[in-house]
Structures are given as structure tokens and as C-alpha cells.
Design a protein around this ligand. Structure first.
Ligand code: TPP
Length: 672
């Protein structure tokens, strides 16, 4: 409260109205010049954004990377010009007026929707509605987790999320708000652009929810204000900040396209340029008598002053952070630094030795749990969780304590049956910095996480998705639970490592790959059923790191190469042994990660794949396999959905057996 009042007194000279109008004008001018975009939301939310950025938001435009800055998430990403205008006006680096003029143009930092990494100050990529809200929940959770570990002097900030009717209509919003309310994320404040308009027209066409009742039912503090009354907005934000045991939502009643004389309040301002005449009318109505893209000196200076409001706070924070142990300070932004990388490599080598020594038959979900048990103490900020399948997916170990509502000392989150929110929140945890999130569910439910996985990949965030029960091998639960097309679908996604280990040793290697790949997410596709140990020879080298490698090379050249992933590698090995008995020389290639294999040089790939006939084996659909098999190769796998029966029987029923592999190999050799 005292802080907010002090900031009030330091308010720059330009009027609130002028400062808000600068946002409105930049938005309508940029959209007009680009001949595409969404002016309505920035014009409607300009008052709220002005209050937030000039009075409350803790940020220093010179230091967008400040770990203790408040986070501002524009969940309604179509209103990107609101964010770009704010970044330009407050003086963020790399966001000059040329960027605003080049809105939506190739190579500009001002893409149609905010893209993480395109400019400092863009906290996350938004556009797919509701995802930003899920990210904000993850960021607010990260703040509490790190506050618990670092204390108030180092981590103590708010997460503000601007969400529209669209975000709140999306199903993911229910999961996200329910999780946030349960965990009592009191530092999360949602500013709801309650303008009653979406693309098709008035929201009454499609929705009649009482949003605030919905939020209250999920343990949120709620308030409603006139979004064009600056003092009412300020008071509501101040109140929300003082509620520490619940997240808050403020429904800000706004007029979309505020200021446009004919179009304000209508869906026509949502996603199209206003047109020259309407823009001229808006300038008159708003009292903004400046050329396109021109922000008068006083207004710009006032905004720039807002960008400097927290310089002293930044300096104070820097001093406090400077007293931290160097590694701990570094881990606040990047938990896996050189020291931790070395520790991971070392721990994985030790686990591999244990696995080879024990020689046990283990499901890879169990091996993964054993690996996690060793990695958890080594990786700071490693935060686990599962969507109500903890026991099945092996994500919890003896090294974990549970995060409870209002108590953030733990390192494991019960996300509940909320796969959508789990995945979106994990993106937020990763984006916040200081956290390495992993979360588990069944591979078939990767479909429920897919929109967020896509954003992890697009943003290059290190999120580890532990996806077990990865084939018909799961058995009796039947085709609803048996993934057949998910591996192919996930492999189709750019910038994502899909890792499917064949045994415990590969499982440890895949965890190492997932954690050390700082710039991308990973899927660990793991089995429910036990798998024999195939990597019996101890090796410190991470053989999985090249994506595929020769597991078994026959002496004296190959007649055929058997390519397989995960649980089917042992089938390929059995087939090779059968063939060997007949004098046929078969090599077995394990392919735990296609993406990494594709990135190897051609000579390596050719050497691994071999020049002769190839048979691919995977208990999934064939889609994608031709890349490795060529047009002549044979594929042993699924041709449709699975069935309900014990896993072993299903393998026989669907013809995924060593005998079938051997037979396909013989046929190919004869043909050749
Ligand atoms: C998941 C998803 N579905 C659909 C869209 C397309 N879309 C963009 S904005 C929008 C309507 C949003 O309405 P609202 O949040 O009320 O925004 P406003 O009209 O107030 O700007 C839709 C359907 C999208 N971006 N994401």
C-alpha cells in the first residue's frame, strides 16, 4: 500500500488519459499500416494497462531479465499491440518505433502474436487462447517455490495475467484456475477484459456463465470494476495485492475499441483495421491530435519515467543477490549450469553401472523412477508432478516432498486430473526461470497436453513430459488407453525430442539427454511392462545421444538391419538371434530418439542404417517410418487401434513378434 502511494506521488506529468491514448493510437496505427491485426482489445484495455504499468508492475525496462520482476502475461495474445506499445513506451531494449511501424512484418520483433524470445519483455508466447492463463499459474507457482528457497529479499513478486472472454471460455481455464485456487497462489492477479465481445459478436451468443461465481467456487478473490475508471482499477489492484491466501481476478468492464466513434463496442474492432475514417474520428473523440506513430515528448517521457520507477528496487535487489553464493545466484535463472551438468553426467553414469550390475527386468517407468531418485538431489529446481497418476508413472521418489496449498517447501506437485493445465503450468514454471519442471501422465493423454507441448517446443523450453504406458503393452485397459498414433504425432512436431528408451540403461541416458537439452522439451515414452536389460556391457558413453546406434552387429557384414524403438528393441534382438540360427546375419539398431538421429551427419546415419534391407519394429502406426526404411523396407507394427487383453497376448494378436520380424527379414532378403 505504502509503495503504491509513493509511486502515485511520483506519477509523471502527462495525464492518465494521454498515456492511455498513446497505447490506443499506436495500436490502431500499427494495425492500419499492417492492414491486419487486432486493435479492439488494446484500445479497450489501455486504461488498465496504464494503471498497472505506471503504478504497480515491478519492472525495470533496462533489466528485462531481472529475476524478481513482476511477470505480465498477455494471455489474450491477439491484443499483441498492447504489449508492444507498452514495451516501446516504457523503453525496453530492442523495441523502438520502427518495430511498431513494422508490426506483423517478416523479421520484425512485433509478430502477429507475442513470440517469446523475439523481444525482451515478452514473457511467453500467447495466441492459443487460455494457454497464457495456464502459464501464469505456473509462473506464480514458480515464484512461491523460489520464494521459499531464496527468501523475500531475492524472490517476491506478482504475476499479472490479462485474459479475455476467449481465454475464460477455453476449457483449460477451468483446470488452471482450479489448480491456482487450490494451491492458494495469492501472488497471481488476473485482469479480465470483460468486454462482452468476441469474434462472432456479443459473448451472449455462446456463453452465459457468471465468471466471478466460477472463480469464487475455485477459491479466488474476485472483484468487478469499471475498466475505464482509473482510480477504481487502481483500488481493485491494490486490494487484490493484499489478498495473500488466494489468487485474484478483477473483472474490468471495458468497451472494445474504446474511442472509435462508430465501431467501439462492436466485434468489428476485434480483428480488423479500423479504417482511415474511423481512426480520424477516434483521434478527435479521444482528443489525440498527433500524427500516426507520433507520441508527444511529454507523454513519451512520462512513460519512460514509468519504465524507471523500480531502478532503486533493482539496485537493492542486485546487492542482495550479490551476497548469494555464486552457484545459487546462477541457479535462480539457469538451474543446470556447468557444475550441475557435470553432476548429472556423473549420476547417470553411476546409475547405468547399477543397472548393468543388477541386470534386472524393469519397466522403463520403473527405471525412470530410479533415475529420478538419484537426479532429484543433484538438480536444483527440479520440480516433479503428475496428473493424478503418480503411482503409475513413477514420478514420485523418496527424495520428494509434496507441495501443499500455501506451503511451497516441497518439490512435487499433485496437478490433479488436469493434463491441460499441468502442461501449460510447466511451461510457466520453465519460463519463469529457476525451475526444471517434469510431469507425468499416460502417453495417450499427450493429446490433452499437446497444445502446451507445442508451445514448449515453439518457445524452446526445457519441459520434460514423462509419458508412460506407451503402447498396447499396457494391456487390459484397452484401446482408449493404448497410444498408437501419438508417437508419430509427437515426432511430427518440430523442436521436440521424443525419447523412447529400450531398457533401464537407455532410460538413464534419455533422462540425461532431456535435462541437458536446454533449448527444447522432451517426451519420455516409457513402458508399463517389464523389459529385459539389453545394454549389458558397461559404458560411460551416452549411446542414446546420437539418437540411434547399433546395438548388435553380426560378424562378417549384414544381410538385414532390424530397426526398433523402446519395448520392441528386445523383440528385434530375439528375431536377430532366430535369424542367426539360420545363418542370416541381422544387425539390430536401437533408435531411442529419431530427432537426434536425424541431426547426425549422413555418414553416421548410413553406417547405422546399413545399405541392405531394413525391417522397422514399433508397436505403433507406421507413419513416419518410411524415412528410415525406404520404400522397400518392411514394417511390423500396428495398423489400427489396439484391444483389451493382457499385453503379451496383444503383441501376438497384432503380429508384433520376433517370428514376424524374422519372417519379414527373410522375405526381404529373398526379394533382394
Ligand atoms: C484456442 C484458440 N481458439 C481460437 C482462437 C481464435 N481467436 C482469436 S481471438 C478470439 C476471440 C477472443 O475473444 P475475446 O477474448 O473476448 O477477445 P476480444 O474480442 O475482447 O479482443 C478467437 C476465437 C485462438 N486464438 N485460440
Amino acid at each position: 500500500m505504502a509503495e503504491a502511494l509513493m509511486q502515485d506521488q511520483a506519477l509523471p506529468e502527462a495525464t492518465h488519459q494521454d498515456m492511455a491514448n498513446a497505447i490506443r493510437a499506436l495500436a490502431m496505427d500499427a494495425v492500419q499500416k499492417a492492414d491486419s491485426g487486432h486493435p479492439g482489445m488494446p484500445m479497450g484495455m489501455a486504461d488498465i494497462a496504464t494503471i498497472l504499468f505506471t503504478r504497480f508492475l515491478k519492472f525495470d525496462a533496462r533489466h528485462p531479465e531481472w529475476p524478481d520482476r513482476d511477470r505480465f502475461v498477455l494471455s489474450a495474445g491477439h491484443g499483441s499491440m498492447l504489449l508492444y506499445a507498452l514495451l516501446y513506451l516504457t523503453g525496453y531494449p530492442e523495441m523502438d518505433i520502427e518495430q511498431i511501424k513494422n508490426f506483423r512484418q517478416l523479421g520484425s520483433r512485433t509478430a502477429g502474436h507475442p513470440e517469446y524470445g523475439h523481444a525482451p519483455g515478452i514473457e511467453t508466447t500467447t495466441g492459443p487462447l487460455g494457454q497464457g492463463l495456464g502459464n501464469a499459474v505456473g509462473m506464480a507457482l514458480a515464484e512461491r517455490l523460489l520464494n521459499q528457497r531464496y527468501g523475500d529479499d531475492i524472490v517476491s513478486h506478482f504475476t499479472y495475467c490479462l485474459a479475455g472472454d476467449g481465454c475464460l471460455m477455453e476449457g483449460i481455464s477451468q483446470e488452471a484456475i482450479s489448480l491456482a485456487g487450490h494451491l492458494k497462489l495469492g501472488r497471481l492477479i488476473v485482469l479480465f477484459d470483460d468486454n462482452h465481445i468476441s469474434i462472432d459478436g456479443p459473448t451472449s451468443l455462446a456463453v452465459s456463465d457468471d465468471q466471478l461465481v466460477r472463480f469464487r467456487a475455485s477459491n479466488w478473490h474476485t472483484a468487478a470494476v469499471d475498466g475505464h475508471d482509473p482510480e477504481a482499477v487502481a483500488l481493485a489492484i491494490e486490494n487484490a495485492r493484499s489478498v495473500t491466501d488466494r489468487p485474484s481476478i478483477i473483472a474490468c468492464r471495458t468497451v472494445i475499441g474504446y474511442g472509435a466513434p462508430k465501431k467501439a463496442g462492436t466485434a468489428s474492432t476485434h480483428g480488423s483495421p479500423l479504417g482511415a475514417e474511423e481512426i480520424a474520428g477516434a483521434r478527435t473523440q479521444l482528443g489525440w491530435h498527433h500524427e500516426a506513430f507520433e507520441v508527444p515528448k511529454l507523454v513519451l517521457e512520462s512513460w519512460r519515467a514509468a519504465g524507471e520507477r523500480h531502478r532503486a528496487a533493482y539496485d537493492k535487489w542486485s546487492k542482495a543477490a550479490g551476497k548469494l553464493d555464486t552457484a545459487k545466484r546462477a541457479h535462480l535463472t539457469e538451474p543446470i549450469d556447468a557444475g550441475v551438468r557435470a553432476a548429472i553426467v556423473c549420476a547417470v553414469a553411476a546409475i547405468k553401472t547399477d543397472f548393468t550390475g543388477e541386470g534386472a527386468k524393469l519397466a522403463t517407468r520403473q527405471s525412470s523412477q530410479k533415475v529420478l531418485e538419484k537426479l532429484t538431489p543433484v538438480v536444483p529446481g527440479l520440480i516433479g508432478g503428475s496428473a493424478d497418476l503418480t503411482g503409475s508413472v513413477g514420478t514420485l521418489t523418496k527424495q520428494h516432498a509434496i507441495v501443499e496449498p500455501g506451503n511451497f517447501a516441497g518439490n512435487y506437485i499433485h496437478y490433479g486430473v488436469r493434463e491441460h493445465a499441468m502442461a501449460a503450468a510447466m511451461n510457466g514454471l520453465a519460463l519463469h526461470g529457476g525451475i526444471v519442471p517434469y510431469g507425468g501422465t499416460f502417453l495417450v493423454f499427450s493429446d490433452y497436453c499437446r497444445p502446451s507441448i507445442r508451445l514448449s517446443a515453439l518457445m524452446g523450453q526445457r519441459v520434460v513430459y514423462v509419458m508412460t504406458h506407451d503402447s498396447i503393452g499396457l494391456g487390459e485397459d484397452g484401446p482408449t488407453h493404448q497410444p498408437v498414433e501419438q508417437l508419430a504425432a509427437l515426432r511430427a512436431m518440430p523442436h521436440l525430442n521424443v525419447l523412447r528408451p529400450a531398457d533401464s540403461v537407455e532410460c538413464a541416458e534419455c533422462w540425461e539427454i532431456a535435462l541437458l537439452a536446454q533449448d527444447r522439451p522432451a517426451i519420455l515414452a516409457l513402458t508399463r511392462q517389464g523389459l529385459p536389460l539389453l545394454r549389458t556391457a558397461p559404458s560411460d558413453e551416452n549411446l542414446s545421444a546420437k539418437g540411434a546406434y547399433v546395438l548388435l552387429e553380426p560378424e562378417g557384414g549384414r544381410d538385414v538391419t532390424l530397426l526398433a524403438t523402446g519395448s520392441e528393441v528386445s523383440l528385434a534382438v530375439d528375431a536377430a538371434k532366430m535369424l542367426q540360427g539360420e545363418g542370416i546375419k541381422a544387425a539390430v539398431v536401437s533408435m531411442p530418439c529419431w530427432e537426434l538421429f536425424a541431426a547426425q551427419d549422413e555418414s553416421y546415419r548410413e553406417a547405422v542404417l546399413g545399405g541392405g534391407p531394413r525391417v522397422g519394429v514399433e508397436a505403433a502406426v507406421e507413419f513416419g517410418w518410411r524415412r528410415w526404411l525406404g520404400p522397400e523396407g518392411a514394417f511390423i507394427g500396428m495398423r489400427g487401434f489396439g484391444a483389451s487383453a493382457p499385453g503379451q497376448e496383444l503383441y501376438k494378436h497384432f503380429g508384433i513378434t520376433p517370428e514376424a520380424v524374422a519372417s519379414a527379414a527373410r522375405d526381404l532378403i529373398v526379394k533382394n
